[in-house]
Design a protein around this ligand. Structure first.
Ligand SMILES: Cc1cc2nc3c(=O)[nH]c(=O)nc-3n(C[C@H](O)[C@H](O)[C@H](O)COP(=O)(O)OP(=O)(O)OC[C@H]3O[C@@H](n4cnc5c(N)ncnc54)[C@H](O)[C@@H]3O)c2cc1C
Length: 426
């Protein structure tokens, strides 16, 4: 095999949103930059699959909060088609398939929100514990209340990508959000990283194994060669760094390693079902199902509404998302279809299915950062700190917008600007 030996002023590791943002900023400011990427594509955790004949995002789907969001600017620059999601446009069903009216859902949602707020005051302890503490103060809870609250807890576990026992009660809602509605990309989110990647020098299939950093030089060993530069921007996912397969020489400082240990990468997975024809209504954005105790599939994005194709996207979070990765295709399909079979009399089985497996993806090792009990946003800030001539970016280094595409993008720009300021001073 040909061993590649290359040199650049700056090397960026990772061609996800953070790496592409850093690489583009530096190149636009006349730096000589190479990006090293383990996969054969750009985008990382932004990934549009086309195997069902329509674009389906198995990674990020939405611009969360379009107002002043830098991803909105990028989408505008390429005129990318976007469709708004209205989370209130949901039809809800109980575990026996019967319909639940909007008023009942709203009442439970309001109550649940109050419970979560009280639970957050219990401190930096597992949300499972905090929630049970506040629930113990409620009178006359019946079986339906319990089931409904568990369902609503799981909707939080999906968005947060962590189960309640993995999430800190006080830190669950500690990040910031942009205003405005959420929009998704019917032609696929990959349009954005592909746009950023234009004209950048990206070396694909380069799995970084070792990073040796000295005063004015960084040597990076990959599966295929050796790269040297004056400074590097590292955008490796938190889960990849935590796994410890990449050797840093000298080792990263103890404070950074301690923050790395306290934080965790959560899991959110999607099961995409394509049917012969739609047996459900076109209008709602979501179909919700309050499951029986043994069931875990409960939330379906009605992709028919967005694509005019008979597709539903089922979401799982935390332990359920991780467990799903070990189940067979037929088992997952059966479990994902079970609620639909109960709800819709005209149900017929899906003809095709695809699913994500972000936890077992060795170049992601999970979905995005979660704050476990005992951790805080200060740990994320610690991860972003420069070590010698190594700069750090990636969603898990943005302490305002962690776990998002815009957080990743902004972290890449921040790291590039930090490097630029440092070099200006020299
Ligand atoms: C299922 C799912 C749903 C999501 N939904 C949303 C959403 O709707 N809205 C939103 O804003 N955000 C969402 N996110 C989060 C968002 O996708 C991420 O925060 C963001 O894309 C992370 O970008 P990044 O550049 O930090 O990391 P990545 O995109 O992971 O980029 C890191 C890059 O490093 C590469 N790499 C890994 N190991 C090596 C190695 N050893 N050598 C070289 N390269 C390596 C990877 O292949 C990858 O390309 C979602 C994520 C997932 C997985």
């Amino acid at each position: 095999m040909l061993v590649i030996i290359m040199k650049a002023e700056v090397i960026v590791i990772g061609a996800g949103m953070a790496g592409l943002a850093a690489g583009k900023w530096l190149q636009d400011n006349d730096y000589d930059v190479i990006i090293l990427e383990a996969r054969d594509r750009v985008g990382g955790r932004v990934y549009t699959d086309h195997s069902l004949g329509i674009p389906i995002d198995l990674g990020a789907s939405w611009i969360h909060g379009i107002k002043d969001n830098p991803i909105t600017d990028l989408a505008n620059q390429i005129n990318a088609k976007r469709i708004e999601t209205d989370y209130d446009e949901m039809i809800s069903f109980d575990y026996d398939g019967s319909s639940i009216d909007d008023k009942t859902v709203e009442e439970y949602e309001d109550w649940h929100e109050e419970l979560l707020e009280s639970a957050a005051e219990e401190g930096n302890i597992p949300m499972s514990e905090a929630f049970e503490t506040v629930l113990a103060e409620e009178d006359d809870l019946d079986e339906t209340d319990r089931r409904f609250l568990t369902y609503l807890n799981r909707t939080i576990e999906i968005t947060a990508a962590g189960s309640f026992d993995e999430l800190s009660a006080s830190e669950l809602d500690s990040d910031e959000e942009f205003d405005g509605p959420d929009v998704l990309f019917p032609n696929g989110y990959s349009e954005i990283p592909e746009y950023l990647a234009q004209n950048l020098n990206i070396q694909f299939n380069q799995v970084v194994k070792k990073i040796v950093y000295q005063n004015d030089q960084v040597i990076i060993e990959t599966s295929r060669g050796q790269f040297t530069c004056e400074a590097a921007i590292i955008t490796l996912p938190l889960g990849v760094l935590k796994k410890g397969d990449i050797v840093f020489s000298p080792p990263l400082p103890k404070k950074k390693m301690a923050a790395l240990q306290r934080l965790k990468t959560g899991t959110l997975n999607k099961v995409v079902l394509k049917f012969e024809k739609a047996f459900w209504p076109k209008d709602p954005d979501y179909i919700g199902y309050v499951p029986a105790e043994h069931e875990h599939h409960q939330e379906y994005l009605n992709y028919y509404h967005y694509s005019n194709k008979p597709v539903l996207i089922d979401f799982l979070g935390g332990h359920h998302a991780r467990n799903m990765e070990n189940q067979s295709e037929s088992e997952v399909k059966k479990l994902a279809e079970q609620p639909l079979k109960k709800i819709f009399s005209k149900f017929s089985p899906a003809t095709e299915m695809i699913r994500s497996k972000w936890n077992s993806d060795k170049f992601a090792c999970g979905t995005y950062v979660i704050l476990p009990p005992g951790s805080s946003l200060a740990d994320i800030a610690e991860l972003s700190k420069t070590v010698g001539n190594l700069y750090f970016a990636g969603e898990a280094t943005h302490d305002e917008y962690p776990g998002t595409v815009h957080g990743a993008y902004l972290s890449g720009v921040r790291a590039a600007q930090e490097l630029d300021e440092e070099w200006d001073e020299e």
